[in-house]
Ligand binder design. Structure first.
Ligand code: FMN
Length: 214
């Protein structure tokens, strides 16, 4: 059975990023994968604490994160996944802090400081990123490519989909937020966001199909 794990790096459990991730998850499941979504903001954990146990020669945590907190079982589950879906809104031109801390813990055990730069990859995982932003579509293209290049090197083949100019609140009149064209945002939510979800679903399906071909 193909295993898929979706990691939600948004604090909101049912809004733009989570919804896109669910579509990607559904796509993977429609191709025969089984799995679930995990919301990082429900967990108590830190980023990498620089203990280097993952690189200690002959150590019992070699190639694994040794930090024991609520992220540890998730990292373990991620290590068995065939398809890893990673979703984050863009916060200050980056992924969210919780996603960043998750990535530190996921990535660092894969790396060695050897001359050959040997990677400790237990398995090659297909990676699908989901990003959502206030900014227009092309604004973060280079950043997305950079993130994909990183996950491609450390985890496996990576691709992304995004939803831009998202609807951030249901009632904009309640907030100091008059810079937005609210009718245009609502229109995008109704007419463009479903297409973005479809792209996410197609990506999930494609990634699960790719596992079958390996
Ligand atoms: C703290 C914070 C920082 C943000 N920074 C950015 C940013 O730098 N660029 C951007 O395009 N959108 C930014 N946004 C907007 C969110 O990325 C966007 O609304 C996203 O779709 C929210 O995802 P969600 O619905 O899953 O919470 C920010 C939102 C918050 C709350």
């Amino acid at each position: 059975m193909i295993k898929v794990l979706a990691i939600n790096g948004s604090p909101r459990k049912n809004w733009n990023t989570a919804t896109m991730l669910d579509s990607a998850l559904e796509g993977a499941m429609s191709a025969g994968a089984e799995g679930r979504r995990i919301d990082l903001y429900g967990l108590t954990y830190t980023g990498c604490v620089s203990c280097f146990e993952c690189k200690r020669l002959e150590g019992r945590n070699f190639g694994k994160c040794a930090v024991k907190d609520e992220l540890q079982p998730i990292l373990e589950e991620a290590s068995h996944a065939d398809v890893l879906l990673l979703g984050s809104p863009i916060y200050f031109n980056d992924v969210t802090g919780m996603m960043r801390s998750f990535l530190e813990r996921l990535y660092f055990p894969v790396l060695t400081y050897t001359k050959a730069h040997t990677l400790i990859r237990e398995k090659i995982r297909q990676v699908g990123w989901v990003f959502t932003t206030n900014a227009p579509g092309d604004f973060y293209k280079d950043f997305y490519s950079q993130l994909c290049a990183g996950s491609e090197r450390l985890l496996g083949p990576s691709m992304y989909v995004d939803a831009s100019e998202t609807l951030q609140f249901t009632d904009y009149s309640l907030y100091a937020a008059d810079m937005f064209d609210v009718p245009a945002r609502r229109d995008r939510r109704e007419n463009v966001f479903p297409q973005d979800r479809k792209k996410a679903e197609d990506m999930g399906r494609k990634l699960a199909e790719a596992v079958k071909r390996i």
